[in-house]
Design a protein around this ligand. Structure first.
Ligand code: GLC
Ligand code: CA
Length: 535
């Protein structure tokens, strides 16, 4: 038995995070758009559920070319979502429930309507010209290099007024900032402090790996069949427009700032990289990001052996002391109940058991607690330019629809009769009210699992050991006494349990074996999971 004598480390190591897409959580003024008071009004749900922190997708002023990810003012709240006073009220109300509030920061690019860019494009000698990345046309008049936008097409747009191209790794309405300019760095440090001083517990950092680009703007090399599929689709390896060595200076500086606060502020990177060594580099030597999202995990298939290999490889790749972070869903991908589980609730619960017991910090996406699948959003209801461009292939709006609080008109999300900004899904099939009333629901399962996490330190212990996985069976021990048994496949299997003594099922994904005693082995059918306490 090991006794913990060292401090447990920063607060997010033991925390369960919960991502909220603010336009889709709760609408308090009947305009069909979720708002900050709508989140405050739902803190009871979050406290009851048992999460520790919320991360809210951008709430800052935005013309919404990319729904908040094109920022026109970094230090104010978008009027559709509320006011700074609403944010302060939310932070205070959350603190009263021991819930931290993490916001979303977009440092890679601004909105083309941000006053900095409006100034920058006015003339070549404008005060903010060098805050963005400008380059002369190639000799044939085309773009300065071969970089492609993450959303398709060239990453450059010609500005007719000044005769140069500006860089945008996303939409033309999202010009990239020039992080070689110290004025940009200073300004973002000021922005960090502005929010940290208000009690904001940290930031999720949008496209954290891309912020600094090659100073010489060199062409990216072409891909071959060994490259990652996303890069193959784009036809080039993102060598010069992402994961540049100099990006680490930015996060070292930000971590120094984050550490000056009590409690320390979280820097959670959207590190959208495929290579685990590159991912690991964003933790630095415990002096860069506190958590770096693991996209290979998110994009894996839901099968025991590749997932297990990926989790092991992540553990091996991360530097000493670095803590992993896992998520099943977010606002950019199809929800896990659809993408991983084909809508099958038995599988969804296995996915939740996995997410909430892996060694690391789990991030739930709003609706995950219900097992909420994607909503079928028809073409004429799409609002996301990426979903429109890739219709039939990639639909981000399907994962951004309003939280179903009830099956009533308005779904408990907005006023009855009001058309929400994105359509509701199948309200009768998934809603909070009905699942709260049903002890066997996925919502109650998630809540019970979160309660067990709080009760048993073993479930956020530093250790995680394979306990005899084979085929579709994934079995790992957390801490001294907790055993997670997952059967991610078909058919019935008999699984030998480790350890000498008997144990007890703390939680069964199907809920019929909760409390059962187990001894040398368990029989378990397909797509079922057990959390077992060993004696
Ligand atoms: C990130 C965001 C995504 C956005 C993009 C550009 O990937 O999660 O929603 O479109 O960055 O800001
Ligand atoms: Ca509203």
């Amino acid at each position: 038995m090991t006794v913990e004598v060292t401090p447990r480390g920063p607060w997010w190591r033991d925390a369960v995070l919960y991502q909220i897409y603010p336009r889709s959580y709760g609408d308090t003024n009947g305009d069909g758009i979720g708002d900050l008071p709508g989140i405050t009004a739902r803190l009871d749900h979050l406290e009851w559920l048992g999460i520790d922190a919320i991360w809210i997708s951008p709430i800052t002023v935005s013309p919404n070319a990319d729904w908040g990810y094109d920022v026109a003012d970094y230090c104010d709240v978008d009027p559709a979502l509320g006011t700074l006073a609403d944010l302060d009220a939310l932070v205070a109300a959350a603190a009263a429930r021991d819930i931290e509030v993490v916001l979303d920061l977009v440092p890679n690019h601004t909105s083309s309507q941000h006053p900095w860019f409006v100034d920058a494009r006015a003339s070549r000698d404008a005060a903010h010209r060098d805050w963005y990345v400008w380059a002369d046309p190639a000799p044939d008049g085309g773009p300065p290099n071969n970089w492609v936008s993450s959303f398709g097409g060239p990453a450059w747009t010609l500005d007719p007024t000044t005769g140069q191209y500006y860089l945008h790794n996303f939409l033309p309405e999202q010009p990239d900032l020039n992080w070689w300019n110290d004025a940009v760095r200073d300004e973002f440090e000021r922005i960090l402090r502005f929010w940290f001083d208000r009690g904001v517990a940290g930031f999720r950092i949008d496209v954290a790996h891309m912020v600094v680009k090659d100073r010489e703007l060199r062409d990216n090399p072409p891909t071959d069949e060994n490259d990652d599929w996303i890069d193959q689709i784009r036809g080039q390896r993102p060598v010069y427009n992402a994961s540049r060595p100099e990006v680490h200076d930015v996060y070292r500086q930000w971590r120094t700032i984050a550490r000056r606060y009590e409690p320390e502020r979280l820097l959670l990177g959207e590190t959208h990289v495929q290579n685990l060594a590159t991912l690991a580099s964003f933790y630095g030597h415990d002096d860069e990001l506190g958590l770096a999202f693991n996209f290979p995990f998110l994009f894996s298939s839901f099968e025991a052996s590749p997932l297990r290999a990926l989790v092991d490889a992540t553990t091996a790749a991360l530097p000493h002391g670095a803590w992993p972070v896992w998520t099943l869903s977010n606002h950019d991908v199809s929800r896990a109940p659809t993408r991983w589980c084909e809508g099958d609730i038995a599988r969804v619960r296995c996915a939740l058991l996995l997410l909430l017991t892996l060694r690391g910090t789990p991030v739930l996406y709003y609706g995950d607690e219900l097992g909420l699948p994607d909503t079928d959003v028809p073409f004429d209801r799409l609002v996301d330019p990426v979903s429109m461009r890739y219709y039939g292939v990639h639909n981000r709006d399907a994962a951004r629809t309003p939280m179903p609080w009830s099956a009533d008109a308005g779904a408990g999300f907005t006023t009855a009769g009001v058309e929400p900004w994105l359509p509701f899904g199948d309200l009768a099939a998934y809603n909070v009210t009905d699942q709260r009333a049903d002890a066997g629901s996925t919502l109650q399962f998630t809540r019970d699992l979160l309660a067990l996490r709080r009760e048993h330190d073993d479930l956020h212990a530093d250790s995680s050991d394979d306990a005899g996985s084979f085929d579709d069976v994934w079995m790992y021990r957390r801490g001294e006494r907790m055993l997670v048994v997952l059967h991610l496949g078909e058919g019935r299997v008999s699984i030998p349990l480790p350890g000498p003594g008997p144990g007890r099922v703390l939680l069964d994904t199907q809920r019929t074996r909760d409390g059962d005693a187990v001894s040398q082995s368990v029989e378990i059918e397909g797509w079922r999971g057990l959390l077992v306490a060993l004696d």
